[in-house]
Ligand binder design. Sequence first.
Ligand code: ZN
Length: 76
Amino acid sequence: MTKDALKIWMALPVGARSKILSNVWCGQCRAGVTICDYSADFDRGLVVLRGFCATCGHKVARAIESCYKNKKPFYA
Ligand SMILES: [Zn+2]
């Protein structure tokens, strides 16, 4: 977990965050699921959430397309 990544993530409006959290692709369920026990990190400068599928517990991840390390969040 990177503090900066979490900070950028937390700077997003609650509505945008809950929308993202409840629409993460799970390869096991083959559906959009809710991510739980997630942590925020950077992957090639992009904020990525890694956690587990709320339905089956499979590992899931989601890149936040508008959250770059060196840029202000798109929504801000
Ligand atoms: Zn699942």
